[in-house]
Structure formats: structure tokens, C-alpha cells
Write a protein that binds this ligand. Structure first.
Ligand SMILES: CCC(=O)N1CCc2c(cnn2-c2cccc(F)c2)C1
Length: 199
């Protein structure tokens, strides 16, 4: 049995997708949450200087999507063919592209609001319409069972709705997918018990 340690800050952020997969698969892991005050001391020891990192049997994996893809493969959440894997990866990358446009670290609150308004007024509708088109009237984005991109949609929605209160309000199939993911017993249990953080 492998041993897993997941290190990130005390927030959902880029580690939450991995946490969903751990919960769904019932895999025990050490959910290490680094205090910001300790980060400067720890940072030099972290490969590529960014969190999250996952240690599996002593091997350190960096990059949140590489971590999540590894766990999704372990958990049987990567679809049933290499074509489905590519479809999943493309949707994950599109969601991730949007997260990288968010000015997470902007200190000027007026500028941050302007940037966020522009993002959610202009970029978000393009992303949402394309996601809604891909989902259509199916239960899951890819194939006939849940995959890790469905989890990522819920992870992203949970944070984006804190930034724009009506996020995805005009896309009932995407809202239904969020509810479907959060109704999975293992995911529901994690959401109920996880540390409550803003992001
Ligand atoms: C150290 C903090 C950091 O790198 N941030 C960038 C990414 C991020 C932050 C908060 N949520 N979040 C994120 C990521 C991916 C999906 C998503 F929905 C949300 C803050």
C-alpha cells in the first residue's frame, strides 16, 4: 500500500481537486497545510518552488494537474480510452486556463475588481458556453461515468461563485453537474468535513 502526503496552503486552491480524488477513492493521505508564515523557510526545499506537491512512496510529484492526473488514473477516473483521456485533459486545461487569468495576488482592490469584472463579463461566458455545449444533456462531461474533469468543474465552480455571485446562473446543465458531483457520497462527506476556507 502506497503512502501519500499532499502539501499545500490552508485553502482549497490548487490542491482541492487531488483532495476530491483521494476522498472518492478512499485513499488515506496526509493533508499537510502549510502556514503562510512558514512558507519562506520551506520554499527552498520544494521542487520548482511551488505548491502543491505530492509525495508518494518517497517520490515528490509537483504541478497540481500532474498530481491529480496520477490520482485519477489510480482511482479509475480517466475515462475508458485514450480518446476520452484526451477529451478530459482538454477540458481540464480549459478550466485551468481560466484560473490562471484570475489576478489572485493583485493588491490594488480597485484594479482587482476591474480585472475580475472584465474576466467574468467577457471571458467567463465564452468558457461557460463551450463547457455547456460539451456537456449537453449528458450526466458527465466525458463518457458515461464520472471522471476527474467533473470533479474539477465543481472545484472551480465553488471558488468562482465566491468571485462572481451569478457565475454559471444561465447554464442549468452545468449547475446540475455541480449538484451531481456534490451528491456523490464520498464527495459530499469530504465537503461536509473539510476545513472551511474562503478559497
Ligand atoms: C497560493 C495560492 C494560489 O496559487 N492561488 C492560485 C490558484 C487558486 C488560488 C485560490 N484558488 N485557486 C484555484 C486554483 C484552481 C482552481 C480553482 F478553482 C481555484 C490562489
Amino acid at each position: 500500500m502506497s503512502t501519500y502526503k499532499l502539501s499545500y496552503f490552508n485553502m482549497r486552491g490548487r490542491a482541492e481537486l487531488a483532495r476530491y480524488i483521494f476522498a472518492y477513492a478512499g485513499i488515506q493521505y496526509d493533508d499537510i497545510r502549510i502556514e503562510w508564515v512558514n512558507w519562506p523557510t520551506i520554499k527552498p526545499s520544494i521542487p520548482f518552488l511551488h505548491l502543491p506537491v505530492m509525495e508518494v512512496d518517497g517520490v515528490i510529484i509537483h504541478q497540481s494537474l500532474a498530481i491529480s492526473r496520477y490520482l485519477a488514473r489510480e482511482a479509475g477516473l480517466v475515462g475508458k480510452s485514450i480518446l476520452e483521456q484526451a477529451q478530459i485533459d482538454a477540458l481540464v486545461d480549459s478550466l485551468n486556463d481560466f484560473t490562471t487569468l484570475i489576478p489572485w495576488n493583485e493588491k490594488d482592490e480597485i484594479l482587482k475588481k476591474k480585472l475580475l469584472d472584465d474576466l467574468f463579463d467577457n471571458e467567463a461566458p465564452v468558457l461557460l458556453q463551450n463547457l455547456a455545449n460539451q456537456l449537453g444533456n449528458k450526466d458527465w462531461f466525458v463518457g458515461d461515468s464520472v471522471t476527474w474533469v467533473d470533479f474539477y468543474w465543481d472545484v472551480c465552480f465553488t471558488t468562482f461563485i465566491t468571485l462572481r455571485q451569478d457565475f454559471a446562473a444561465n447554464y442549468p446543465n452545468l449547475l446540475a453537474l455541480k449538484d451531481r458531483v456534490e451528491a456523490i457520497p464520498e464527495i459530499a462527506e469530504w465537503i461536509k468535513n473539510r476545513p472551511q476556507t474562503v478559497l
